[in-house]
Design a protein around this ligand. Structure first.
Ligand SMILES: [Mg+2]
Length: 439
């Protein structure tokens, strides 16, 4: 028997606000951070790695929420956990006292997601497979057994999910070959941070196209005149054949979003991300109707599968973002991917931050192989930032994510990073600012 022996957590923060990397209309000064998890076992060299992503203050709160789950996992038999990842997730989500802090939303749910993802990482390592392959190799019955269908059956039943997965199964071997040969499309947000000058945006947009990206995304929502100028400048810079998306990061009231977006119609937007509150399903539907055919999307802050269900049922979105570290782990994201497939909504996974690219690539690739069979009409977000802190950083080639080959979920950070960037007493946080900028 291999036993889970410890849940170690770390408050890791990167001083990104000093360069305005990651700045948008609602988050002007993020310090990208990870409430980082190591799920240890008594087998030498075998541990599970995961993280909840935050943007600075509150990362200690996130870490404390993860610590509050330790009693659920200490002493468990790893093989039993790996063989029943559905039961494992329900054990955490249904904690009769902690669920008061949600249920299934916010800090506690993100903590649950981090622990569940660490368990999937361990299970994939145990199987000797990258996570995308571990999911792809599950039978339809095994995959469906990981999902909690409570509150979903008016939109998707286990039987429907099984039918979809069985229909996709015969094509899996061919798609695995395709994925390994072609990679998975990426799009980039690197040119578009709100704090960047026009010149920096244009330079980075040109570099993105030279690097093979076919879609770029700009942050908007602070000032309408600036947005009109920046979007038109971006369109002039990239030409008519590169897609431009914009992201308002929840900035607008519903009528403001409609008025604002009417100014940007001539830019030909690929999608508009998070125009308003992530909780406002009817608001998204109203915006979508008013600015059609401009595609509307949300999802990186959508709490859980029930919210996604309503977005789909209400026809509120043309596409969605999923986030590997927002909801209750791989299990809940599989439920969301299956619902998106049923409703014909394309998924453009949210990434960037720290470690989100490393994590979410596995979910998109598993979706391609086991669920939708599609990848060329969608793309995973990519931001070229902080990847050097990971043992298995993402590989992007010609604007595409290359499928990871090493076992697990790709979330393991270097030990040195945990020491250097530990908050508040790691060396990076103790140094004067001008020395930090040299890192
Ligand atoms: Mg976004």
């Amino acid at each position: 028997m291999t036993m889970i022996t410890a849940l170690d957590t770390f408050d890791v923060r990167f001083p990104t606000s000093r360069e305005l990397d990651g700045s948008d209309a609602m988050n002007p000064d993020p310090d990208y951070s990870a409430a980082y998890v190591i799920m240890r076992t008594d087998q030498p060299g075998l541990a599970g790695y995961s993280l909840a992503f935050t943007i600075g203050r509150g990362n200690d709160v996130q870490k404390a929420a993860i610590d509050a789950l330790a009693h659920h996992i200490l002493g468990l038999d790893l093989r039993e956990v790996a063989g029943d990842l559905g039961g494992f997730s329900k054990r955490l989500i249904n904690d009769s006292q902690l669920r008061w802090l949600g249920p299934e939303k916010g800090v506690m749910h993100m903590a649950i997601g981090a622990v569940i993802n660490a368990a999937w990482d361990l299970a994939a390592r145990l199987a000797g497979k990258p996570l995308w392959r571990f999911i792809a190799d599950m039978t339809p019955e095994e995959l469906v057994a990981t999902i909690d269908f409570r509150y979903l059956t008016d939109a998707l039943t286990p039987e429907e999910a099984l039918t979809m997965l069985h229909a996709a199964a015969p094509g899996k071997p061919k798609r695995i070959e395709q994925l390994l040969a072609e990679g998975y499309p990426a799009y980039t947000t690197s040119p578009g941070w709100l704090g960047y000058s026009d010149e920096k945006m244009q330079r980075l947009a040109r570099e993105a196209i030279a690097d093979g990206f076919r879609t770029i995304k700009l942050k908007v929502g602070m000032n309408v005149e600036d947005d009109i100028r920046r979007c038109r400048l971006a369109r002039e810079t990239v030409g008519p054949n590169i897609a431009i998306a914009v992201d308002a990061n929840q900035r607008w009231n519903v009528p403001d979003a409609i008025a604002w977006l009417r100014h940007l119609v001539d830019v030909k937007l690929e999608w508009v991300e998070e125009p308003t509150s992530p909780d406002d399903i009817l608001g998204h539907a109203a915006i979508r109707r008013a600015v059609a055919p401009v595609p509307i999307s949300t999802g990186e802050h959508t709490h859980n599968r029930v919210m996604f269900k309503q977005l789909f049922q209400a026809g509120a979105v043309d596409l969605v973002q999923i986030d590997a570290a927002r909801v209750g782990g791989v299990n809940e994201n599989l439920a969301i991917l299956l619902m998106a497939a049923k409703y014909g909504v394309r998924v453009y996974p949210h990434a960037g931050g720290v470690g989100l690219c490393e994590l979410v690539q596995h979910l998109a690739m598993a979706d391609f192989i086991a669920i939708t069979g599609k990848k060329e009409d969608r793309a995973i977000e990519f931001v070229d930032h902080l990847h050097q802190h990971f043992v298995e950083p993402v590989v992007i080639r010609n604007g595409r994510y290359i499928a990871p080959q090493t076992p697990g979920f790709s979330a393991q950070m270097h030990a040195d990073t945990l020491t250097q960037y530990r908050y508040p007493d790691g060396p990076v946080w103790m140094e004067p600012v001008d020395i930090v900028n040299a890192h």
